[in-house]
Design a protein around this ligand. Sequence first.
Ligand SMILES: Cc1cc2nc3c(=O)[nH]c(=O)nc-3n(C[C@H](O)[C@H](O)[C@H](O)COP(=O)(O)OP(=O)(O)OC[C@H]3O[C@@H](n4cnc5c(N)ncnc54)[C@H](O)[C@@H]3O)c2cc1C
Length: 459
Amino acid sequence: MTQQNPHDLPGLRDPARTVTVAVIGAGIAGLIAARELHRRGIDVIVLESAARAGGRMMAETTALGSRVDLGGQWIGHGHHRFEDLAAEFGTTVFAMHTPKRPKIVDGDKTIKNFGASAATVTVVLLAWEIATRLGLPRAQTTRSVQSWLRRVPGRRARRLLEVLVSVSTTADLDRYSMRAFLEMVRFQGGLTTMLSTAGGAQDSLVAEGAGTLAERLAADLDGRVVFNSAVTASHRDETGVTIHSASGTYRAAKVIVTVPPPMAALIEHTPPLPVARNLLQDTTYMGSVYKAIAVYDRPFWRENGHAESLMLSDPGMAVFDTSAPGGPGHLCVLIAGPEARGLDDLTADARRALILGAIAAQLGSDVLIPRGWHEKSWHQDRYVGGGYTALPVIGHDEGYFPACAAPVGNIHWAGSETASEHAGYIEGAIESGERVAREIAEILSATRGDDATSSPTSS
Ligand SMILES: Cc1cc2nc3c(=O)[nH]c(=O)nc-3n(C[C@H](O)[C@H](O)[C@H](O)COP(=O)(O)OP(=O)(O)OC[C@H]3O[C@@H](n4cnc5c(N)ncnc54)[C@H](O)[C@@H]3O)c2cc1C
């Protein structure tokens, strides 16, 4: 085969590095895809805009030597790919320390399980669960969760539902349709699965940090991940794709975009993408979420019970005990939607005082003096754009899971949002990485016989 001079390639101004497959994004989906292709002997490179791997997964080491996750962390029940990856890297998986039901706290009051507010919430949750099973009225595509909740009797019940939906989806409830929410619940196997710790989506944790898995995958790719390499433009033609990035120009037979749709919209395409693809990218947005972990010598609160709670304060928050057995105490806090963005203008000290002050009212004043404090506002991460996932703008259904992953010429799509199962989760991201690697390996071997490793720009 003859190697084409990169300078002759359409849309190319700088000398290009040629590679068989270029993966855009070193989140877990991109890293898994690259690993699978590399294992098949296919020449692959990963272009990542940030200076680190992991995307929506990110682990840090605490002052006490333990590891905490600022991004995705929980292994949901049945998330076997994630479990297998954790086992493959020899990490320790442990079950969440969790009560039967989280405490619901409103100001200085704990809401009784059998009071009027709890009864209203139970009826609403049941109605939602039934609606997901019976099918979802199209009319609800334009009705926001916010406006739906206005009909729920009782301020406290309404607030509880608001915090519950917000923390479980990271959506702005006035920009998120009731249908999109119920569609998400249906896709994820129901409310119980979605909201539960033991046996649900928050079943277990990786002691070394889930983010460690992404770090290890990137390290194993041995120089094939190029950091500080935001892709800005892509020119595709019959024989491949030329991509322009902050680290230079690359020419590949196949490109995999693992960036979630709203962030992928920032990449300019020549020729333009099909209308349906643009619609998906333009009618989705990344959720807003703030996550913090307070670190203590030990999980002292366990002497008096559990720490897990849903706080209806302003901001509303979910609190979890994510301490590993025998390790330091870790209190994990999630705040979502506009209430997460509301923290952006505060100083780090003010955020910490606000959050720990609310928790101290429940767990005691020792909470106020953690040994460490780790926080991240994901909606302020310029490369990731937010989390947990991409959400459909009200009135549009293009962003419902799974997001379309039909190739556009030599561009293929992956990322958690495209998974056929557990989309939005780490498990879904891994599934999508495996799927896209298979998809490309099959095409390359079909078009080139068994010589799937050859250079892409030969024609
Ligand atoms: C706070 C938080 C908590 C979460 N909790 C959980 C949980 O407990 N369990 C769970 O299963 N999931 C959880 N998730 C979701 C989970 O983290 C994600 O589904 C998963 O990590 C997505 O992986 P991905 O590879 O599909 O996408 P990403 O991780 O978003 O990777 C995309 C990558 O592309 C890069 N990129 C973007 N634009 C460009 C460009 N133009 N050029 C080059 N690179 C680019 C980004 O920097 C990023 O690294 C959570 C997410 C967040 C934010």
